[in-house]
Design a protein. Sequence first.
Length: 119
Amino acid sequence: MADILTYFDTLVVENAMPYPKLFDATQAKADLTDDDIMTMGARVSAYALHDPRGPLALVAKDEHIVNFLRRFMNLGLARRPAMLFRRVEDAQRWLDQIAIEDGLNPPPRPSGATRGAGA
């Protein structure tokens, strides 16, 4: 839980809120409680003052993590595009499509590179 909150705080301190983000939880092993989810939702809701907030692609395979991320999305992601995916490649494609729709050029992807915490 501490790592997640540190990540959130770092996004604010580094002025990264407007940028697209890809959160790869395909290897995550989390035993978070309902209180943890509420804490994360409250923290993200407090960051709503930092607009614009860029789109967020969440990736998970494990059903426990998928359910956790769905609950998280419902609590704190209003006013920004957010989608849950099962494959990193699909999430990256979605973020690239948003960039194109916004008139931006998606960054080039190195051949074979699909992992990363941020986009």
